[in-house]
Structure formats: structure tokens, C-alpha cells
Design a protein around this ligand. Sequence first.
Ligand code: MSP
Length: 500
Amino acid sequence: MSSKFYVTTPIYYVNDKPHIGHAYTTILADVLARFHRVAGEEVFFLTGLDEHGQKVQQAAEKRGMSPQTHCDDLAPRFLELWKTLDIRYDDFIRTTQARHVKVVQDILQKVHDNGDIYLDEYEGWYSVAEERFITETEKDSGQFRDVKKLKERNWFFKMGKYQTQLIEYIEQHPDFIQPNHRRNEILGFLRQPLGDLCISRPKARMSWGIEIPFDKDYVTYVWFDALINYISAPGYGADEKNFKNWWPASVHLIGKDILTTHAVYWPTMLFSLELPLPKTIFAHGWWLIGESKMSKSLGNVVNSLDLIEQYGVDMVRYYLMKEMILGQDANFTMESFIKRTNSDLANDFGNLLNRVSGLLTKNFDGCVPEQQPLTSAEEEIRANAQDLGAKVSRLINVLRVDEAIEAIILLVRQVNRYVEHQAPWKVAKTDLKAAARILYTTTEALRLSAVLLSPVMPKKCLEVLDILGAASTGTKWGELKSGTKLKNHGPLFPRIEIEK
Ligand code: MSP
């Protein structure tokens, strides 16, 4: 496995305040980045904002602001949310930044010089909402709003010429587009002839974008501009050493609605630039409320900030990571949020912590007891705990985040059962050494679980480790130091009581 991990989120349109759809992918990237950092890998985690194009221009117009003022006003709200959500990104790119604009223009010039960009007049159906020309079939599907006939001179990218190369690439790289049903979807799409891509917009119609370097009357189509962020941020054309260090990205995380742009437009652009393709493009599903996608226009967007204020950021992170099977849609309901929090966090993880601190206070003066020779009951726990780090890594590497979390919670449950069965509160009355054996085992398993869960719940797990006075965040069994005094604490994972 490589010792470098470069992960990206989509760059978000700055047309409104951030919502849970944005929060989700960014938390997912953060969790993956943290797991890889814990595994000792070098990590580059990129996120940012998509500030050009019609959607942003319209949003700014509505507020009576210039697009740049509008973006500058909204950008801090994203940054605040990332701070609240404990997102530890390494770079935050805004497509209006000079460093990005320059790269986009250099690339346009280069691709133009290569002969892959040409001027043409095109007449067709244009979807204002989607900001692109659509085919007759797409128009007839009725899935597109604001469709009108448009005849325009524009610049085109010779996307079609790379069709065969792209198909071959996808066929030879089974991990390139994930999950598998998305890969099949793209291969299906590529069975039709692939047209060229209109990559300009006349300023007369839409002026908010990066000027085409060889034609001052046009700006760049927002997707051609935005996708380039994945290489402009690590320094394409500016800091070759850093760029080479990171590119190709390990994984582009995206939602399923932006698969075609990532799995077709982007690779063909990279082919034209003779750059390697990202190792994986992973499309996750949507968070649904009832049967519909959470979206601004539907007005059903859960304000993640409200949830966090009420229940704490780590509960929300945990829920989002555990509840969505990557690649499928998931239903966001308060009921499942409460159920998940109460069962995994209050009843399992929180309960284990309360037991440990209660029993140690009562029987060992609040200190971690000495290690003792293990019996088969403890050996079973140790064996499971010892293997868990590697198992979690394996699952994270193949993006099975919910299963990785489940594996950790299973250890927590196993230990809770063990404590109940061993009843150290009774044993301590007659055999202190045996009680020490049981409670060292329990405390060490708690420490390990907290270490392993820390990418998902960074703050809470750090608190747990701090309570245990655990200097070690290693995942080897037996690193918990005996004699350390536990800190007092309140309930870290309170049950959510349902109002009747
Ligand atoms: N700006 C483009 C991305 C350019 S990347 C080079 C864009 N931005 S977006 O803000 O509209 O959406 C960003 C992401 O949010 C998409 O991946 C989309 O799938 C995701 N989500 C928006 N609503 C969502 C849910 N309800 N659930 C999960 N993710 C969803 O597209």
C-alpha cells in the first residue's frame, strides 16, 4: 500500500449557505484523512469552493451584489462550518484565487495549442439549470428545467477523440470508478458516441468566469474550470515538485449526481494534458428525507449546525459515517439519529467508559491497575483488539467506513459482555489481583477503541484518552500505563431522551 494519500471533496458552489450534503462529503474526507494519518501515511486533504458560473452569478444578482463580493461574503461560512465540524483540511482552494485562474488559463492555452480546442457554431437545447447543452433525448426525458433553443459560437474541447482510450482505461482499471454499479453506468454511457464538450460561454450571456486566454469575448465553462482545482491546488505548472509528490490523487470523493463530469470530462481533459488519472473516483449516494433528496429547492435541508449545537459535533459525525453505506442512498431521520446515538454511543461506548472509571475509582483508587497474566477470557479480547487496527485499515482502504466503525463497536460490545460476565465488582472483594486483570483488560480495550474511533470522533475520543491519562495512541495491546490516575468526568455520551 502506498504511503501517500491525497483525498479531495467536490468544490462546493457558493450559491447559498453550506448544508448537510456538503458537510457529509467533507466529514467523510476528513475521516479518511485522519485514518490514513493515524496509519502513518503522508496525507493531503483538499477541499474548496466553486465560485464561477451561472449559479453563483445568479445568486449574487439576487442579493444585489457583485459575484466576487457575494463569494467573499459566503466563503467564511464554509470555513466556519469546517471549523465547527473539526475538519482538518490541508488546503482550501477558491476558484477565484489567482493561483487557480492562472493554471486554468495556462491549460486552456496548452490544450488549444495541442489542437484539442476549436471554435464552432452550435445550435441545440440548452438547460439553464444544468448550465449545459443537452441532447434531444435528454430534453425529451423531461428531467431538465429551463430548457431553451440556443445558437451560439463557442469553443469546444475534443472530448470525443478520447472515447476509446477512456473505455480501455476503465476496463483495465477496475478500481478507477467506484462503486461497481457506477462504473457500469459510465461504461453504458460510453456505448453512445461521445460528443465534444462546449467549454466556453460568451460574456454577452454570462460573464462570471475565467476569461479564455485566446478569446477575450468568452469565459470558461464552469466545469472545465472547477475540475482543474484538483491539480492547481497541489501546484500544477507552478510547483512541480509538490505537484509530482501528490498527483495522481488517491481518491476524488463525489456525490452520484456529478459522476459524468468526473468520470468522463475530467479523465479526457487529463488525457489531453498527458497527465495520469486519479486512482479512484468514488461516488456516494444521497442523504434523503423521506423519498426525496435533501436539497435547497425542496426546503428540507437539515441544518447541520442546529444538530451540532444540540447534540455535539462528534455525534453528528458518527451518525453520518455509520448510517450511510458508501455508494448507497441513506435516509436521514431524527429517529435513526437518536437510535444510533443511544445504542452505539450511550449504551456501548459511553457505558464502557462509565464502567471503567466507576470500577477503578471504587476498587483501585481511580488508578489503572497492574497488568496480570491473562486467562483465556482476556486472551480472546486481546486477540480481537490486537488485530483490529489492521482490520480497520483494510476496510478504510477500500472505503468501507461503516464496516470499519462496526468492527470497533463490536469490540466495545464484546468487552461490555465480558465485564458483565466477570463481575469485577464481586471479584474485587476477594481477589484483587483477579480484579486488576479484568479491569486492566477492560481499560486497555477502551483505550484501543478510543484510539481507533478517533478519526470519526476526534474530540470525544481525545477526551476519553485524556481521562485515561493515555499517553499512547498506539494500537498495540498493553501500551496503557499502570498506575496512571484517571481524571474525573461527566457523562460524555448522554442518552437522548425522546419527548413523549
Ligand atoms: N461545484 C460542483 C462540484 C465541482 S467539483 C470539481 C457541485 N457543487 S454542489 O455544491 O452543488 O454539490 C457538491 C456535492 O454535494 C455533490 O457531490 C453533491 O452530490 C453533494 N450533495 C448535495 N446534496 C446532497 C445530499 N442531500 N446528500 C449527499 N450529498 C449531496 O456540484
